[in-house]
Design a protein around this ligand. Structure first.
Ligand code: ADP
Ligand code: MG
Length: 581
């Protein structure tokens, strides 16, 4: 518990007894601490400056950012990494709006997070009388998150925080908004009544057992498979059922594909990984079991060219029943939490579960080995300037040698190439742009990954992607975090070679300053800056950074001709049929 706000002297008629008081500030902090929440990602300002101060005074870790979107992204990924809601704290209206992108992104990605924003006085906001930072924040947040609450009375803070925690963590996790008007924070009440009003949430994410019928149905479909496939998603890595998932994959003998943040749930070098035979397994499989992954755009909605013409039947494990049949028919829905579903399936798979069809596993392995052999020499090139393969080959080696490093990754080509080239060896060690493919998560994710896990963080960033959150390297330096940022600098968005089609003086819309010295930005804040021009340089610099634990930015000079439009999703960019290039 934090220190009570004050002690009030009562009148002589009360025998000079002193009544211990608390207030809204302290109740919010006590409610969070009671629920084992110890970190807050924030940008201080009116009306929550003192909330941050008191939280720090009470022993909480309060990490102040330069922009709310990054504090929000930090909170979201803290939620993913810990299964407890990550807390983002912002000021009213503009600060709240800045945090909202992260809240919406958390909800889309199923990360538990609570955005707590101060707000202006209800009486003035509701009459639209023009208050300082006037905005009906609750109404704006509602459609963008899983749940939204406002607390008006100090005695309801305990309940408000409890509801926010439950909403964020239970069922499909997501973002929750908690609105705290300025006046609430200053409200006082008797400390003892305050303490009694707090709620310790019991079992915030209750297990949800699948029905026996659902398990039997799934087993029947799996038994009938000739060309089975398992797809692991970030729901599976979030669920922390690592051992049982591994047992299930190994007992089945099925090839499996990890979605990008599920890489490492089993090491990417696992013999059953079909990552290097992705197009083959998607096209040719006849039974596909999805575990905590959705058939959204990242999997071409489960249909079309990517999935080929072979008829397919899907088994899907998900905590959200509404996810079933969202894109294609699910033959065997298994609704429940992944831990319970996977252990029930394991039990139901008899000891004599047959080996996976040999013809199929051999076809997958042949394709996989051919693709890996083709890629290998490209990853070892030491070209100057670097191409994506040479640079990522060096980083791949580092992550293999230091498997507990957390990789943060965003960009276009930098993302697509890194996702397929850098093997991940342990669960929850790859954090990236997720379901939306959103840019700007980089430094926020890197800060929270370092704070929550204490592990070294390697953030591999396209030069454009880095720009969205680049100012937070000051935050990284201020808290002396073991973060090494590698900027893949090819002078622009996609690449740096576009020209202005009008012949005018302005550079093309996708081009940046040539040979920008991102490394010097890091030096400005006392961190280490390095300019690396070869894969060997890069390898050495990253090793030094991780060994020293010092905030480091490596400006990796990439050939400006390297890279393709929109990376691997160029098909999503509409093309004009009338414009002349
Ligand atoms: P990916 O992008 O890796 O495919 P998604 O975020 O699209 O992953 O899908 C994750 C899925 O996992 C969501 O449908 C979500 O409901 C589900 N999920 C998240 N946590 C759990 C859990 N503990 N148990 C079961 N399903 C979960
Ligand atoms: Mg670029």
């Amino acid at each position: 518990m934090s220190t009570p706000a004050q002690t009030a002297e009562t009148g002589p008629e009360d025998d000079e007894t002193q009544i211990e008081l608390t207030d809204g500030f302290h109740l919010v902090i006590d409610a969070l601490k009671l629920n084992d929440i110890s970190n807050i990602y924030a940008v201080p300002g009116i009306p929550i400056t003192d909330l941050g101060r008191f939280a720090q005074a009470s022993g909480m870790r309060v990490i102040s950012f330069r922009h709310e979107q990054h504090a929000g992204n930090a909170a979201a990924i803290a939620g993913y990494l810990t299964q407890k809601p990550g807390i983002c704290l912002t000021v009213s209206a503009p600060g709240f709006l800045n945090g909202l992108t992260a809240l919406a992104n958390a909800t889309t990605n199923c990360f538990p997070m609570i955005l707590i924003s101060g707000s202006s006085e209800r009486e003035i906001v509701d009459l639209q009388q023009g208050d300082y930072e006037e905005m009906d924040q609750l109404a704006i947040a509602k459609p963008l998150c899983k749940a939204a609450f406002r607390v008006l009375n100090a005695e309801d803070i305990g309940i408000g925080v409890a509801r926010a925690i439950r909403a964020a963590c239970s069922g499909r996790p997501g973002g929750v908004y908690l609105d705290l008007p300025a006046k609430l924070l200053g409200q006082t009440m008797q400390a003892e009544a305050g303490r009694n009003s707090l709620v310790k949430v019991v079992d915030p994410a209750p297990r949800q057992l699948p029905s026996n019928d659902a398990i039997e149905r799934a087993i029947k479909v799996l038994e009938s498979a000739k060309r089975p496939l398992i797809i692991l998603g970030k729901g599976a890595s979030y669920a922390r059922a690592d051992d049982d998932i591994r047992k299930l994959v190994e007992k089945s003998g099925f090839p499996y594909l990890p979605m990008s943040m599920a890489k490492g749930l089993l090491p990417d070098t696992h013999p059953q990984s079909a990552g290097a035979a992705r197009s083959l397994v998607l096209k040719e499989s006849d039974v596909v079991m999805m575990i905590g992954a959705r058939l959204n755009w990242l999997l071409s909605h489960g249909k079309g060219k990517t999935w080929g013409t072979a008829p397919k039947r899907f088994v899907q494990i998900d905590i959200d029943p509404k996810e079933m049949d969202s894109n294609v028919e699910i033959a065997a829905p298994v609704v429940g939490d992944i831990g319970s579903c996977v252990s029930a399936l394991l039990k139901a798979m008899c000891d004599s579960w047959p080996a996976a069809p040999r013809e199929w596993t051999e076809a997958v392995n042949t394709r996989k080995e051919a693709n890996l052999a083709r890629m290998a020499p490209r990853l070892q090139n030491n070209n100057v300037p670097m191409d994506f393969h040479g640079a990522l080959g060096a980083l791949r080696k580092i992550v293999r040698e230091r498997p507990d490093t957390i990789l943060v990754n965003e960009g276009a080509n930098t993302l697509d190439f890194a996702r397929s080239i850098i093997d991940i060896h342990q669960p929850r060690k790859r954090l990236d742009v997720g379901t939306w493919g959103v840019m700007g998560i980089g430094m926020g994710f890197a800060v929270a990954a370092a704070i929550e896990t204490g592990k070294p963080v390697l953030a591999v960033e396209g030069d454009s992607a880095f720009g969205f959150s680049g100012m937070e390297i000051e935050t990284i330096c201020r808290y002396k975090l073991p973060v090494c940022v590698v900027v893949f600098n090819n002078n622009g968005i996609y690449r740096g070679t576009d020209v202005n089609p009008s012949g005018g003086e302005d550079v093309a819309t996708t081009v940046f300053v040539k040979d920008a010295r991102y490394d010097m930005m890091m030096e400005a804040f006392g961190g280490v800056g390095v300019r690396a021009i070869s894969p060997d340089d890069l390898y050495r610099a990253v090793n030094d950074a991780i060994d020293s634990g010092k905030p480091t930015l490596i400006n990796a000079v990439i050939d400006e001709n390297a890279g393709t439009e929109s990376g691997r999703i160029g098909n999503l960019n509409p093309k004009s049929v009338v414009a002349k290039k």
